[in-house]
Design a protein around this ligand. Structure first.
Ligand code: CP
Length: 323
């Protein structure tokens, strides 16, 4: 595996889940695979789960790990080509990327959408520059339009808990006080459709996601109807994708908050969220703390999804050196 930014990079999902569950059963079995290899994790944005789970995953594989918070102590980076660098940005990404690549064997990048320029966000300029110029395998730790490590962890979690071959999985928009990117919902729908589940997306009008990600899912504007018979409910906020409202908040209606009344429409569904979550906005205390909440196992599986991806990258590097 040379890059990991989308579900297509993963290959057949049944094999990926089987491999992940093998990793989970014996996460220290590949300690020698990563010996003397270095993972560089680069954060342009904040993180709790991704940082800890990915570092732990690399340590399970015997790797060395370097973490760089670009906004804390590094030179401010210019990402545009052709600009006169007479402002506060002291270094260009086009020099910084190959330099960073020279200190490591694999790179993980977190770089969120700006939500100001849709074309720039959806061309994934930052992570694609790392793929092009670092000379190293690169994986997304959440980019502008996708969060595949999260979706892989979500898939593993659903496979561990489902009781029917094709569960009904409902992703519902829920309110949030700040404008959030579409990365998590984009990836989640794409991965769940690719897994062959019965997928429904529900949101207020105006919150339609990019069809490139939702193709194969049903769209239902009535949340109660969408939740009927659900086996898994995945709550998430996102800002508007469609023009002219890209990146805007169109509603903060708490009628969309997932509470016990909403969960009663489901088939005793499990509740899921990628975290961090705003209680009282996205979900009520009783639902997230209840016996059907999977938010902690989901987060724990982030270690497994990251380890499976990094393991595949190490195997590719070593195959290339031995082949
Ligand atoms: N779910 C997730 O990616 O969490 P962090 O933003 O804390 O890494």
């Amino acid at each position: 595996m040379k890059k990991f930014t989308t579900v297509a990079d993963m290959g057949p999902l049944d094999k990926a889940v089987a491999e992940a569950l093998e990793v989970k059963r014996n996460r220290f079995a590949w300690q020698s695979l990563g010996r003397n290899y270095t993972l560089l994790m680069i954060f342009f944005n904040s993180s709790l789960r991704t940082r800890l789970s990915t570092q732990k995953a690399a340590m399970n594989l015997g790797m060395n790990v370097i973490v760089l918070d670009v906004n804390q102590g590094a030179w401010k980076l210019e990402t545009e080509r052709g600009v006169i660098m007479d402002g506060d940005k002291a270094e260009h990404l086009l020099e910084a990327i190959p330099v960073m690549g020279s200190y490591c064997d694999i790179i993980g990048v977190r770089s969120f959408a700006s939500l100001k320029d849709k074309a720039e966000d959806y061309e994934e300029r930052v992570i694609n520059q790392f793929i092009k110029y670092s000379g190293r395998p690169v994986f997304s730790m959440e980019a502008a339009t996708g969060h595949p490590l999260q979706s892989f962890a979500d898939l593993i979690t659903i496979e561990e808990h489902k009781t029917k071959p094709v569960p009904k999985v409902v992703m519902t928009w829920a309110p949030h006080p700040r404008a959030l990117p579409q990365a998590v919902p984009n990836s989640f729908v794409q991965w769940m459709v690719a897994a062959g589940y019965d997928v429904t997306v529900t949101h207020p009008e105006g919150y339609e996601l990019d069809e490139a990600f939702t193709r194969g899912a049903k769209i239902e504007y009535d949340q109660d109807r969408a939740l009927a018979g659900a086996d898994f409910v995945y709550a998430k906020n996102w800002s508007a994708y469609a023009d002219p409202n890209y990146g805007k908040i169109l509603s903060t209606s708490r009628e969309w908050t997932v509470d016990a009344t909403k969960m009663a429409f489901t088939d005793n569904a499990y509740f899921m969220h990628c975290l961090p979550v705003r209680r009282g906005m996205i979900v009520t205390d009783d639902v997230i703390e209840g016996p059907r909440s999977l938010v902690i196992p989901e987060a724990a599986n982030r270690e497994i999804s990251a380890q499976t991806v990094i393991k595949r990258m190490l195997e590719s590097i070593q195959d290339g050196r031995n082949g």
